[in-house]
Structure formats: C-alpha cells, structure tokens
Design a protein. Sequence first.
Length: 384
Amino acid sequence: MTRWENYLSSAEKIIASYNGSLPLHHFLKSFFKEHPYMGGRDRRWISQLVYQYFRLGYWGKSLPVKEKIITGVFVGETSENDFLKAIRPELNDKANLSLEEKLQLLPLPLDASMLFPWISELSEGIDAKAFAEALLKQPRLFIRVRNDKLQKILALLEKNEVKYEVLNTHTISLPNSTKIETIIPDKGWYEVQDASSQATGELFRPHKNEQWWDACAASGGKSLLLKDEQPDVRLVVSDIRKSILDNLQQRFKTAGIKQYESIVADLTSDKLPALLGKRKFDGIILDAPCSGSGTWGRTPESISFFNRDEIYKFQSLQQQIVKNVIPYLKEGGALIYITCSVFKQENDQMVEYIENISKLRKQEGGVIPGYDRNADTMFAVRMQ
Ligand SMILES: C[S@@+](CC[C@H](N)C(=O)[O-])C[C@H]1O[C@@H](n2cnc3c(N)ncnc32)[C@H](O)[C@@H]1O
C-alpha cells in the first residue's frame, strides 16, 4: 500500500468507528494516541480526509465511504494536491476548477439540502445556497486586535509570511493553520474571535459607569468585547459552569481586566433572585445556549448526527432563560440577544417570544452572515 492508500484506509476506519458522541477533534486525538507511529504530516492528512467526508453532509450516502472522501477532497480543496495526484490524478488535473464546474463532474447531483438538510428551518435573510456551499470549506481563523496594535501585528504577520486579510480596523482574517500564539507572543494584543462574533459588539454601545450583565459568559468572549468598547462599565459575568468561569478569570487577567464580578448561576433556576438580589442592569448580553448550527463549518460532523428535535429543546431552554433574565433589565435598558444558530426557532421566533412576554422591541440587528468571508454565521439583536 502507498502512503496515500494508507491515509485513505485510516480515514475509512475512523469514519466507521465514529458515532458522534464526542467532538470529532477529540476522537481524532485519541485515535492518534493509539497509533503513535503516525507523524504530524500523516495526522494532518488523515484528519483532513475525515473532515472533508463530513463536509459533504447527507450527500453520497449510497456511495462507498472511500468515494465520498475522495469527492470531499475534490470539491473542498481549491488547488492541486498530493492526495488527489496519487489517488485520482484525473480529478487532480481539475482541482483548480470553480465549485460550480466541479459539481457538474460529480457522480451524483449535489444541492444545498444535501449539505444542510434543514434548509426550511433557516432564519430569514440567510442565503441557503451560499450558506450550504460554504460548509464545504474550512472556515478561517480570525483575531480581534486590541490596544491599537494593528500595525505591530501586521508587521509580525508579514515577517512570518502569513497571508492575512484586514477586514476592518480590528478584524484580521488568517489561514486556519496559523500558529498565532507563536507569531504574536504578547497575548494582550489580540483575542482569537470569529469575525461574526466580533460583529455582535456593534450592538452593545455601553456608556461609562453603566451596569452590564453578561449572563451566559462562558470564557468571556463577549465580555472582553464589551470591556474593550467601554472599560468603565460595571460588569457582572455568570455561567452555569464554574470551570468555564475559571477560564474567563484567566483570560481577563491576561487581558489586564480586573474590575468585574463573577457568579455561578443556572438561569433556569428559581434561585436567581438569591444570587442577584434587587439589581437592575443597563444592558444584558444573553449569548444563549443554542444548537451552534452557525458554526458547523468548524465541526461538520455535527450535520451527520444532528436530530431536528433538538432545535425545539434549545428553543424551550432559551424561552425559560429569557423569561428569568428580563426582569433584571432596567426600564429602557438593552437586551442583546445572541445565538450562533441559523435556525429561525432559536432566532426570529425568539425575538417574537420576547416581544410577546415583555415590553422589549427589536431595535436593530438580525442574522450576521459568515458565509461570504469563511466565518461563522450568527444572530444578534438589540432589544429595548
Ligand atoms: C454560547 S455559550 C456563551 C459564549 C460566550 N458568551 C462567549 O462569547 O464566549 C452559552 C453558555 O451558556 C451556558 N449555559 C447553558 N445553560 C445555562 C443555564 N441554564 N444557565 C446559565 N448558563 C447556561 C453554557 O455553559 C455556555 O457557556
């Protein structure tokens, strides 16, 4: 067997044994631990083959796994590569064709609903074809520039010959494989944060001395965005998981942010008043637990294992959380409702729900498409 046939056979084995219960990158990690003779290059290629297989979603279920892997590499890679050269040279010769042209050459037709079978559930404003086809490609890595370090960061990227793109004064798009932490040693200069996630911050607009609550803070991506916009907000962060708030603490320390209060809280619990007392906030960021369907370009295995009923489980959790959180908003205060979902049940229908149960009205926002720049697709609205 050649090296390339070995890669293909390992990828087939991994796909046959993977059942979706662990994230694929964890599963691959333990697979490679059990096969320590595989070097870095082997691991990269095998992982890529497995990911390209899952990027095709429901397409080609009747084909042998091997054929689906080869097709995944053919449609997903934009240039000639050693794998196709060795395994299917006639496809390698066509690797530079456009996606449209490549789709004409496939053994079976491929449309958006095969790549993403829940097209009818998409939020208003999402271009279904563009969204689904973007799933074929690995998303980019994005950083948010902090402390006016744009020029210094660009100089380092150029020195390291990284092909970057500056999207705006604080967002840089980078190849996914960029080892950013070795290129920019000072972690205070930037945050790794998806371009669409960065864009949610445009809705915050905090003022000096205001009191804000990041209610599902996790490791603090949105809180850091808020504090960088207005360092003088008084901030409360909470999450149901203590461990993730420990990560937040570490991240805040690195970013030089000291003033904030951290609370472990289950937002579905009736114990919330005991934790928050009579406080009222000028702004609440509710980055709700959700399906994560807007980020499946990074975890394409999710498409093969997702069950549609889960959308409604998330919607019901979001309704419960929203109902408990809104009473803590001051009269005239702003609720920033965010998800990284593309489903209308978690987005548009939640806005309707909030308007039905409260005096809050949507002021601005909606879907933040990521498919035009190889980023996640998110949803963010400002309600007041
Ligand atoms: C989308 S993530 C938040 C991401 C974060 N805002 C950021 O920018 O990095 C949602 C968070 O909600 C938390 N969560 C889930 N269920 C919860 C609940 N019942 N009460 C409070 N937090 C919850 C999860 O632990 C998770 O960290």
